[in-house]
Write a protein that binds this ligand. Structure first.
Ligand SMILES: CC1=C(CCC(=O)O)c2cc3nc(cc4[nH]c(cc5[nH]c(cc1n2)c(C)c5CCC(=O)O)c(CCC(=O)O)c4C)C(CCC(=O)O)=C3C
Ligand SMILES: [Fe+2]
Length: 400
């Protein structure tokens, strides 16, 4: 088990992180006339914190104590999440990459939980005269929180605007880029970030090159895990696939087998409800008990250093490591790293070719196939086998 204290077996051979040779890179954005960068959102100032948390948690049964605690995380950072600036940086990087390739496509940014909201983004798409946008969500894996909730929120907002027809939409039409955890660009950017972290640890002295590699992602309830990735492999398994690829490339570069684990952060919900484990703090404790002294934490579950990273990992988990006498370094997220941004534009072109009905070899690395761009009905529900009747765009059931 990847999450046990036993080092996971290194992958048989290092898979080269490049697109398959047969993949012909299409260079056409048609039928799309806009790229919709769709994210979570976060507060910009202290007065935003409580209204933001209300938006995030509406109807989700998160205990009040947890909300107060999470509010404190934001106040410790001046009431401002780094996420909005990070999304603006990603938007600028995407615009630069599109321009570099001579692709003419406006990028519009919007969030589920804070301004600019979904409806603001649709207003802007309409102002630009967009008819068919492709959505890129800032989440690499399948799950309700990282996939379906974006598609539901988009459908609900379109319905509120009187623009949701039986074919999905009567206003701007939306497609979505597939979850990209196993795209070569995302994996390569994570490999680069982890290698940088090993270099930083070695510079700090000690036995850094031998550090344990601990991958971290957002915990989700077991029922959400069971409903995720129905096409082939659930949320946790998708992370294990990325972890094995990153570990294999890092082991090859360092010249020895690196041991890895997968741990989880940012659990919420009542204690009675099972969520994915082990928690990163508990896991560090177990590692310390096992004699581990050096750790590289790689947050493969997140695409930027937003609050879950800044607080749950950099503040809390690094403090836990210090108390335990572990020297720990947190690797960067993919952020605006070049292989990641280039990969996102490749994914956009791949999605456009699919929308045009062309034969496409989807670029993937590792042991899992590409997630379908049009989701299966009821995929990534909030709770396994509990359809809510809320429509979700970009799934087969919307187009029946
Ligand atoms: C899988 C996943 C991702 C990764 C994929 C992705 O990146 O999308 C993610 C990202 C994020 N989560 C974020 C913030 C929050 N998530 C919460 C609550 C929850 N997250 C969940 C899951 C995920 N969340 C779940 C199952 C809940 C319980 C409620 C529910 O069942 O939906 C809460 C409520 C309080 C709390 O419970 O912690 C907050 C404030 C921010 C913004 C950070 C910033 O402001 O910089 C980001 C990027
Ligand atoms: Fe979250």
């Amino acid at each position: 088990m990847a999450s046990s204290l036993q080092p996971a077996a290194a992958a048989e051979s290092a898979t080269p992180v490049t697109a398959p040779a047969t993949a012909v890179a299409p260079q056409d954005v048609a039928p799309y006339d806009a790229l919709f960068l769709y994210s979570f959102g976060g507060p910009d100032k202290p007065e935003d914190v409580v209204p933001f948390l209300r938006n995030v948690t509406a109807g989700k049964g998160i205990p009040d104590e947890r909300l107060e605690e999470v509010g404190e995380h934001y106040y410790q950072f001046g009431g401002k999440s780094p996420i909005n600036e990070q999304n603006l940086a990603l938007k600028a990087a995407l615009e630069a990459e599109l321009a570099r390739r001579g692709l003419d496509l406006p990028v519009v940014w919007g969030n589920r939980n804070w301004a600019p909201y979904t409806t603001d983004a649709i207003d802007e798409l309409e102002r630009l005269g967009a008819k068919h946008a492709v959505a890129l969500v800032t989440s690499a894996y399948s799950s309700y929180s990282g996939c379906r909730q974006y598609r539901e929120d988009l459908a609900v907002v379109l319905r509120e605007r009187g623009q949701l027809g039986s074919d999905g939409s009567t206003g701007v039409q939306f497609d979505k880029i597939r979850p990209y955890f196993n795209h070569p660009g995302f994996v390569q950017a994570n490999i680069d970030a982890v290698l940088d972290a090993y270099t930083a640890l070695a510079a700090a002295g000690g036995s850094g090159q031998r550090a344990r590699l601990v991958f971290v992602t957002h915990s989700i309830p077991d029922t959400m895990e069971a409903a995720s990735g129905l096409w082939q492999a659930p949320y946790s398994r998708q992370h294990e696939s990325v972890a094995a690829l990153v570990t294999s490339a890092v082991s090859e570069r360092l010249g020895h087998d690196v041991a890895w684990d997968l741990a989880y952060c940012s659990r919420s919900g009542p204690p009675s409800q099972p969520w994915l484990e082990p928690d990163i703090n508990d896991h560090l404790e177990a590692l310390a008990a096992d004699g581990v002294r050096d750790v590289v934490m790689s947050p493969i579950g997140f695409v930027s250093d937003h609050m879950e990273v800044a607080y749950d990992l950099d503040t809390e988990a690094l403090a836990t490591a210090k108390e335990l006498g572990i020297t720990a370094v947190r690797a960067g997220t993919v952020g605006t790293r070049e292989p990641f941004v280039r990969g996102l534009v490749d994914l956009l072109l791949e999605r456009a070719a699919l929308a045009r009905g062309e034969e496409v070899v989807e670029a993937t690395v590792g042991d899992l196939p590409a997630v379908p761009s049009v989701d299966r009905p009821n995929c990534c529900l909030r709770r396994h086998e509990e359809p809510t009747g809320i429509p979700a765009l970009c799934s087969e059931d919307m187009y029946q």
